[in-house]
Design a protein around this ligand. Structure first.
Ligand code: ADP
Length: 406
């Protein structure tokens, strides 16, 4: 190989490294040059199998016109053909026709160790169809120069790829934060609007109370309106504070062994002390397992569903809380069934959204914030369960949530 050809090849090699935008194109461009310079029939990178002295080799070859792939692990590059030149490990196999059958077209090879990353090494292999294909020292030094540049190229591309992955991750994170921020702002705008409505009622009605000559009946009616608006404001504030706590602090859950049947019994008994218009009862199946979950959060969801069942059955009726085990024994299912006003079909999918309240005029007269079910949904997803509803207008609703048996 004369010096001029070598220098020209070296410049082409550096240009190829500079142009490459990913590892595959880097190998493709540079191996092409190496092949020509060394008159080899193949240039390949064989990777070292981590924590072993073996090489992982993929080798394409032709049988007639058909391409085939030879894949194997081998401790091939050990043994007597190894030399160290300038700290570089180099293997030369001038002839090993017996190792590879004819169709692989390998009769000799030269390999040089190459650092692919901090912990990954490989061997750059040049194979030849010729037997006893020898390389003089000058050629080997040239190969060392090329491999040093190739290592720098690989390092550069690895860094570029890492940087671009980091920036992709940052963009995704940024978009997520922006979306959260947008949701928070829109939530605060909505809730401020929701606060204004009952507040306006309280101001308007209390003005009426103090300025007009009113009969006792009218005054009573106005007082009731004020009370209703104040109740709505109160539940809005309570739920808003709860949501605010969740969004700023996140949910703090504490999983421990829980007896869900016991939680249901206690909750139902407590509601029955206060609630006289509804008959609240429970059905708890036998032999349900103790599960690991957050007792306080389960109770919060249950109380919310029972209190909704009461609120949205203004004419009274039965409320049944039941506990069942799923057929595949994978989860517990808690349902709260009422005989109340029910939910229109087209509203069923919306009631778990924050601030959504039914357009039904009966609902509008009942105090609420439209936040309770969205809180329940978030809690149940933290407890790795599902929450769903089945409802029929004027007949009643069944709200059910599942908890995994772990
Ligand atoms: P709130 O009760 O404070 O309005 P929720 O998020 O708990 O808020 O409920 C959202 C809406 O879902 C309610 O406004 C009501 O329209 C509907 N809803 C919830 N529970 C029931 C129920 N048991 N029966 C009928 N409608 C219900």
């Amino acid at each position: 190989m004369d010096t001029l050809i070598k220098e020209e090849a070296y410049i082409n090699f550096l240009q190829a490294i500079n142009k490459a935008s990913n590892i595959d194109s880097l190998y493709e461009n540079t191996f092409d040059i190496i092949l020509k310079v060394f008159g080899a029939n193949r240039a390949q990178l064989w990777e070292k199998v981590p924590d072993s002295n073996e090489m992982s080799i993929s080798y394409e070859y032709f049988i007639g016109n058909e391409i085939s792939m030879l894949k194997f692990r081998t401790p091939l590059l050990t043994g007597s053909a190894k030399k160290i030149i300038h700290n570089n490990t180099i293997w030369e196999y001038p002839s090993f026709a017996k190792v590879f059958p004819d169709q692989y077209s390998i009769n000799s090879l030269i390999g040089i160790e190459i650092k692919l990353s901090e912990n990954n090494k490989g061997v750059l292999i040049l194979t030849s169809k010729e037997k006893n294909f020898k390389h003089n020292n000058d050629e080997i030094y040239f190969l060392i120069r090329l491999k040093e540049q190739l290592e720098l190229g690989v390092n550069k591309i690895n860094m570029l790829e890492r940087n671009s992955e980091d920036s992709k991750r940052l963009i995704v994170q940024n978009n997520k934060l922006r979306e959260q921020d947008r949701l928070r702002t829109s939530f605060i705008n909505n809730i401020s609007h929701e606060f204004r409505t009952p507040l306006a009622s309280i101001i308007g009605f209390s003005k009426m109370l103090s300025t007009k000559n009113l009969t006792i009946e009218t005054a009573k009616e106005i007082a009731e309106q004020i009370q209703q608006a104040a109740n709505r404001l109160s539940s809005l504030i309570t739920d808003f504070l709860e949501i605010n706590k969740i969004t700023t602090e996140g949910w703090i859950s504490h999983f421990e062994p829980c007896d869900i049947g016991e939680i249901i019994k206690i909750s139902v008994e407590e509601f029955n002390i206060l609630e006289k218009n509804h008959k609240i009862s429970y059905i708890v199946s036998d032999n349900y397992p103790i599960i690991k979950t957050d007792q306080k959060l389960v109770r919060q969801v249950l109380d919310n569903l029972i209190s909704n069942a009461i609120k949205y059955s203004p004419n009274g009726g039965n409320i049944i809380v039941s506990l069942h085990i799923s057929k595949d024994n994978n989860e517990l299912k808690v349902s709260v069934t009422d005989q109340g006003i029910g939910i229109d079909k087209d509203e069923v999918s919306k009631i778990f959204n924050r601030l959504y309240r039914s357009k039904n005029s009966e609902v509008q007269n009942i105090a609420g914030s439209g936040l309770g079910l969205s809180i329940c949904k978030e809690i149940i997803s933290i407890l790795n369960g599902r929450i769903e509803v089945k409802s029929e207008p004027n007949k009643g609703s069944v709200f059910a949530f599942t908890l995994p048996i772990n």
